[in-house]
Structures are given as C-alpha cells and as structure tokens.
Design a protein. Structure first.
Length: 482
C-alpha cells in the first residue's frame, strides 16, 4: 500500500518572489509604457483643446466651419483613442509584454482607508465632469453633422456640384436634412448608415461620377415635401414665360407665354384638377420603371376615387423585364420635380438670358453662336476654364469680325466673357463629369428627345385592354393665357 506523501510546500522566500503591489501602484504603473504615455498625452491634449474649442463655438468666438470639424470630430476621436490605449497598455503589462511587468496581485479598494475614499470620490467627480462635457460635445456634434455645410462642403470634391446648385435654388433656406432625412429617429439612423457607406466611397475613391440620379433610398416625398407644400391647395393657373433668341436674330427676343394648369382641389367643384391631380390623396398613380433614371416607363396603374384601377401598358412591350428593371413605384412630387433643389441650368436658356439682360452684348455679331462654342469646349478642369473662357471668346470674335473690331469692343467682350465664366463655374465640373445637360428635369417636355418629362407616360402609346390611352393633348396641362 502506497504511503501518503505530505504535500510539498514552497519555501517562504520563493512564495514571495512575485511583488505584491497596492492598487494605487498598479494604476500608477499601468500607463508607464510608451503606449500608455502616448495614450495619456493624447487624451490630455485633445481633451484640453476640446474644452477650449467647445467654449469658443458656444460663445461665438469661432464661427469657422472647418474649425468645427476639428472640434467636434477630430478632438473627440483623439480623446477616445487615447483612453482606449491606457487600459490596453495595462493589459499588455500584466501579460508581461513589457520589462518590469506588473505582478498578479488583485486590485483591492478598501473604503475604510481615507486615501481610497478620496481617490474613488475624485474619480467619480472627474467622470461626471467628463460625461457632462462629452454630452455637450455630442449635442453640438449632432447639430454640426446636420448642418448644410457638413452635408455639402466636407466632401468638397464630390459634393461641390450639388452644394453649389443647392445654394442658388428656391430651397436654399431649407436645410439639407429636412428633405433628405426629415423628422423621426428611424430615417435619421438610415441616413447615417447610408452616410457611412458614402464616407467609405469617398475615402477609397469608389464613388461614381457623375453622382447617379435619382437618389436611391430617398424618403418618400409625402413625409418631407408635404411638410411645406400642400397638394390640396388650389393654385389654379400660373403663367410661365419662355424667352429665346436665335443665331440669326440675337436682338429681338421670341417670347412665349403659357398658362400652366397647376390645379389642386377646386373649392367651387370640390374636385381635384390640373397637374397636381397626380398627387391627390384620392388618386394613386403607380408605374413600372424600366431603367435607373426612370425615363423608360413600362406598365402604369391608376386607381381613381371610385376605387376602379386602370392598367396601361405599351403594346408589344417586354413581358419579362430584364434583371434590375421593372421596379414599381408610387408617383409623388419628385417624379416630376426631380430637381427641386439641385437645379442645373440649361445652356441655351442661360445664354438667351444673358442676351435678354444685356449681360451678353447682343450688338456683337455672332456672339450667341460663339458663346455656345466657348461653353461647349471640353476644358480639362475648372481652373483651365477660368483662364481660357474670356480669352477664347475674344479670340473667336476676332476671327469672326477682325482684330480691329475685337480691340474696339474689348470691354464688352470681357463683360460677356465674365458672364459666361460665371455660368460655366455654376454648372460644369470636369472632375465629376458634370456638364451641360448631365442632370435634366422631368417637369415639362423640353428634353423629351432624351426621354425626360411628361411624355414618358403621356405618349399616346400606353393603352388599356379596352383601348383607352394616356392622352398627349396640350390643353391637359396648359393653354394660352387670358
């Protein structure tokens, strides 16, 4: 029978080889590594600058938007990164990744000791102060990320075309988030998650040029547009004026006026009429989009107030749409007003406006044709356009009318050239592949040849099984002013 051997005990000297450190010593030593020192320094510097920046912004001492980016995005990130490095350095020291690593003694807090109570109380007070400051920073950062500047100017190269068009639009005083996000937490979260994908695309250069339109996953217009615009409002008729010139006659304007049937709910008949009939709450219009630009329309369904649904389709159309096509959509405001804010100007209209306002001198022979030539030149960059447009216009006029003529009318040519340059810089970005006609509007039929406008549906081709078509009659939408 085997004898019971006594358990071996370690000598007292060997058991005490591992140092037993107090908790104050453990905390004090936790950051005394290159990583820990860097974390403490980064946290301290960023936190100090964060407090100064927050104070400056709240008191109005600093109103620079780029300073806000640093204050509300860069400094908080630096503070958080530094704070993360401190416990990481403590963990690595306990795992003996560094020389003179910590012993394995547990951290013990004894509230019967005065120094322990004071230290814990100090930590609690500092934590409350830190949380208060971070709450203010998060609040200010939230409002900053909702600002028009953050939406349009932070990613300058990508968003410059849209931001420029927005600033001159009828909605320039309406914040970006009011249309793109609206109220409520659900769409705020969706927008921010979508924003993360966009930030990634900007950082790795995978964004598309030009930016695709229409915008995908946009909140329904009834949740945003109708917060200000009320389809039930009766507008009746509104007169619109079209002014144009020709190369043969650049002095006498051709002016055409039409009375648009905006409509709405007529208070006298209590019926919806006019163009806004399409978005009446009593009518539901659905259509099948056959491409990403919504210019090719397949089937159309119209549900009327009496509950009857009419379905229109193009005879001989494809029964099975291709992959990615045939997406059904319920019609709302932006199906016609697809550029309600980011409005890019029409080249012909812009030049004719210059002639009509005399910003382009109509007395200069051939100035209209030469203006088109200059504006349609494929400059490699906006900087090159700034250097060349005025000079190119003078050169074309000199070739057309002679050097003596160009010299005599140099001031008028320079004034005209500056107007064209301003128009170019407001509508063309070669780096983003945005040029004249890149973004067209659906409200009207000026661009019907490219599939834009009312004639997508009102083509006299979409027909029901009973032979009823969607009319293309002009007087459905406008007539002569009275």
């Amino acid at each position: 029978m085997a004898e019971n051997l006594p358990l071996e005990k370690k000598p007292a000297e060997e058991a005490e080889t591992e140092p037993r450190l107090t908790w104050q010593e453990q905390v004090g030593l936790s950051w005394k590594t290159p990583m820990g020192l860097f974390g403490v320094a980064l946290t301290t510097i960023c936190f100090t600058l964060l407090i100064l920046g927050l104070f400056a912004h709240m008191t109005g001492l600093i109103e620079n938007h780029y300073a806000a980016i640093v204050t509300f995005l860069v400094f908080p990130a630096g503070v958080l990164f530094g704070l993360i490095l401190i416990p990481v350095s403590f963990y690595l020291r306990r795992k003996r990744w560094f020389k003179n690593s910590l012993g394995k003694a547990f951290l013990i807090i004894d509230f019967s000791k005065k120094i322990h109570r004071r230290t814990v109380f100090l930590c609690l007070v500092l934590s409350v102060i830190n949380l208060t400051i971070f709450a203010l920073v998060i609040y200010e950062a939230y409002h900053f990320t909702e600002s028009d500047f953050f939406c349009g100017a932070v990613c300058h190269t990508v968003m410059d075309p849209e931001y420029t068009a927005y600033q001159r639009s009828p909605h320039a005083k309406v914040g970006c988030v009011q249309c793109h996000i609206g109220s409520g937490a659900e769409w705020y979260v969706k927008a921010k998650l979508s924003g993360l994908r966009q930030v990634k695309a900007v950082l790795d250069g995978s964004y598309r040029t030009p930016i695709p339109a229409p915008v995908e996953h946009l909140r329904p217009a009834r949740d945003t547009c109708e917060a200000c615009h009320w389809p039930e409002k009766f507008h009746g008729k509104r007169t619109k004026q079209f002014i144009s010139f020709s190369n043969d006659n650049q002095k006498d304007a051709s002016i055409q006026e039409v009375a648009l049937h905006i409509g709405g709910r007529n208070p006298y008949t209590d019926t919806f009429e006019g163009i806004h009939w399409h978005v009446s709450k009593d009518v539901k219009v659905e259509y099948q989009s056959l491409d990403n630009t919504r210019t090719a329309i397949g089937k159309i369904k119209v549900t009327k107030p009496n509950g009857i649904t009419e379905e229109y389709e193009v005879p001989g159309g494809s029964e099975e749409p291709k992959e990615g096509e045939g997406v059904w959509r319920t019609m709302d405001c932006i199906d016609c007003h697809n550029r309600p804010t980011h409005v890019y100007e029409n080249l012909s209209e812009k030049i004719d406006l210059g002639l009509y306002s005399k910003k382009i001198n109509p007395d200069l022979p051939g100035i209209r044709e030469d203006s088109f030539t200059v504006m349609q030149t494929a400059y490699t960059s906006r900087e090159e356009a700034q250097e060349q447009i005025v000079e190119d216009l003078v050169t074309l006029q000199a070739k057309r009318n002679g050097d003596a003529f160009a010299k005599e009318h140099e001031a008028a040519l320079i004034t005209s050239g500056k107007y064209l340059l301003e128009a170019y810089l407001g509508n063309v970005w070669p780096d983003m592949k945005v040029t004249w006609g890149t973004y067209k509007g659906h409200n009207g039929h000026q661009d019907e040849a490219d599939g834009y406008g009312c004639f997508r549906c009102h083509d006299d081709t979409h027909v029901t099984k009973f032979g009823k078509t969607i009319s293309q009659s002009c007087d459905l939408c406008h007539d002569e002013p009275q």
